[in-house]
Write a protein that binds this ligand. Structure first.
Ligand SMILES: Cc1cc2nc3c(=O)[nH]c(=O)nc-3n(C[C@H](O)[C@H](O)[C@H](O)COP(=O)(O)OP(=O)(O)OC[C@H]3O[C@@H](n4cnc5c(N)ncnc54)[C@H](O)[C@@H]3O)c2cc1C
Ligand code: FES
Ligand code: FES
Length: 510
């Protein structure tokens, strides 16, 4: 078995475990780095968070991810930092992030603390102006069962105050953080070692010849051999067999791009299947083509999960309530499918499939054996600012929860009328649906933002049509009646969000 060359804290090591092992097991077992804790093993608690440094374009970037859901093979050529590595540069054995926790008594039993320290260190390393909202967002995937969040919040506030003037250029920022002993000197070494190297190690473009046939069934009992971020895969398969060596989509540069493409007639924004949910929402081009989409980022899981989960994994996992799928359905996306055995070849023939035709039944996909999803194409509008887009989700918790029901809407206003209306409905059938009846209500209807009565009337009609067209099942996330009612209410919520200043909210809920 080929070894994996990984920089672990301050030393390059060759790992011999298989590429499909969850990194957590190797970090704690083989490497003995036991500051990394195993809590839930399902991405819910953040106790297993590690920092992963990698070259992205011409810069080095560090992000916190849950190691229980991270395939070991993802680390090839990268820098893994655990708490043992973070303290290497700290003179008194504590980094400023740890010191803030100590000063505010933000740790009791300490089990969750390494995960919080890693997540907050990752937040400081990101080129943004530190504020408390950002710090709290960075730890929205970390749970503490004994200290209470007040003290942790105060520790985060201390860090905001202390580090409010960090440079925004990423290289200068990492250097400043090393000088401040937030990050260890091995970060600077890794930056020097990465300079001029190609992004991902091409040895990892593994095509698994022994991949079991998937037969179009994503929920097959036989383990599938494709892994994106692993945030669904490893929850279902927490202990893969020794030797498991999946096709890791994130190791193929062609699967990780966001760029414009055109076919004979149209222009599209291509989002690679291996683009992470975090990078999807952060992308300037995605934000340009879908104005306002960034408002919905924090409705998806947690920062730790978004740093790892991919757009392609969200689609192929085929959950009827997948959030990115719901957004892409409303945006009229098409899927680009390629043969797995030839996936890295730029000239491989593509199969295009409208997203709504990809789902054939519960977890049954229009994806043949040996095929993988390479990218998603989002239609580009002549005037992207004319696109109106909204997403709504009903879940038991505001953060870190899968939806009971979700819905997205996209349309243009052209000469005072609704045009190209698309509405998705998730969690109301075995597959994500288009709300055809509700679309019909709106398509071509007058859209006068000064006429709140007419907007409210349209919203109510569309909501009634959406609700009457579905027969959801009852399950742990909600009864059939609850889901129908939520679809109705979320349709109204789209109107309130999109026509905020029109007074439609008061008209709908006097
Ligand atoms: C704590 C937690 C919270 C979550 N919250 C949300 C949430 O709020 N909203 C939401 O929608 N989801 C949520 N999820 C689910 C999950 O994070 C998403 O579905 C995510 O987008 C899956 O992407 P992935 O890359 O991790 O998929 P993976 O786990 O890598 O793959 C999922 C499936 O797709 C297949 N696959 C992946 N990529 C490809 C490809 N390119 N071609 C062919 N097959 C492929 C895999 O074989 C696997 O069957 C959550 C998960 C966790 C653990
Ligand atoms: S052990 Fe809980 S997120 Fe990994
Ligand atoms: S300090 Fe005990 S779980 Fe957080």
């Amino acid at each position: 078995m080929a070894s994996l060359h990984v920089k672990i804290n301050n030393i390059w090591q060759d790992l011999h475990s298989s590429e499909g092992m969850p990194a957590l097991d190797v970090v704690r077992g083989e490497l003995g780095l036991t500051s990394t804790k195993e809590g839930c093993r399902e991405g819910d608690c953040g106790a297993c968070a590690v920092l992963v440094g990698e070259q992205v374009g011409d810069m080095v970037r560090y992000r916190a991810v849950p190691s229980c859901l991270l395939a070991l093979g993802e680390l090839r050529g990268k820098h893994l930092v655990t708490l043992e590595g973070l303290v290497e540069g700290a003179k008194d054995g504590l980094t400023p992030v740890m010191r803030a926790f100590l000063d505010e008594n933000a740790s009791q039993c300490g089990f969750c603390t390494p995960g919080f320290i890693i997540a907050l260190t990752s937040w400081l390393a990101e080129p943004q102006v530190p504020d408390l909202a950002g710090a709290l967002r960075a730890i929205d995937g970390n749970l503490c069962r004994c200290t209470g969040y007040g003290a942790i919040r105060r520790a985060a506030a201390l860090l905001v105050e202390r580090f409010k003037d960090l440079p925004l250029e990423s290289g200068a920022r990492l250097k400043t953080l090393v000088e401040a002993q937030v990050l260890p000197p091995s970060v600077l070494e890794f930056m020097a070692e990465s300079a001029g190297k190609p992004e991902a190690d091409s040895v990892s473009r593994k095509i698994s010849g022994n991949a079991p046939a998937r037969g179009g069934n994503a929920d097959n009992a036989v383990p599938v051999a494709v892994v994106g971020g692993g945030t669904d895969y490893y929850v279902r398969n927490p202990d893969p067999e020794e030797g498991f060596s999946p096709f890791l989509t994130r190791m193929l540069p062609e699967f990780g791009q966001i760029r414009y493409v055109s076919d004979r007639e149209d222009r599209w924004l291509e989002v690679g299947a291996a683009v992470t949910v975090r990078d999807f929402f952060s992308s300037h081009v995605v934000r340009h083509e879908v104005p306002g989409i960034e408002r919905f980022e924090t409705m998806f899981a947690s920062t730790l999960i978004r740093n790892l989960a991919t757009v392609g994994g969200n689609i192929v996992n085929a959950s009827p309530v997948a959030d990115i799928t719901s957004m892409l359905l409303a945006l009229g996306a098409r899927l680009v499918i390629v043969p797995e055995a030839d996936a890295g070849n730029k000239n491989t023939p593509l199969r295009l499939c409208p997203l709504e035709r990809f789902f054939l039944g519960y977890k049954k996909l229009n994806l043949g054996p040996g095929e993988v999803l390479k990218a998603v194409w989002i239609p580009v509008l002549a005037d992207p600012s004319s696109r109106k887009f909204s997403f709504e989700k009903a879940s038991k918790r505001r953060n870190l929860d899968i939806a009971a029901v979700n819905t997205a809407i996209s349309f243009r206003i052209d000469k005072g009328r609704f045009r190209d209306v698309r509405i998705s409905l998730g969690g109301v059938a075995p597959v994500p649906l288009l709300g055809i009846g509700a679309q019909e209500v709106l398509e071509g209807a007058p859209c006068d933002v000064s006429d709140k009565k007419s907007l409210a009337g349209l919203a109510k009609n569309a909501a009634r049509r959406a609700e009457s067209a579905i027969s959801p099942i009852s399950d742990v996330r909600g009864s059939s009646d609850y889901r129908r009612r939520m679809v109705h209410q979320l349709m109204l919520a789209h109107f309130i969000r999109l026509f905020e200043t029109s007074g439609v909210a008061e008209e709908l809920f006097p």
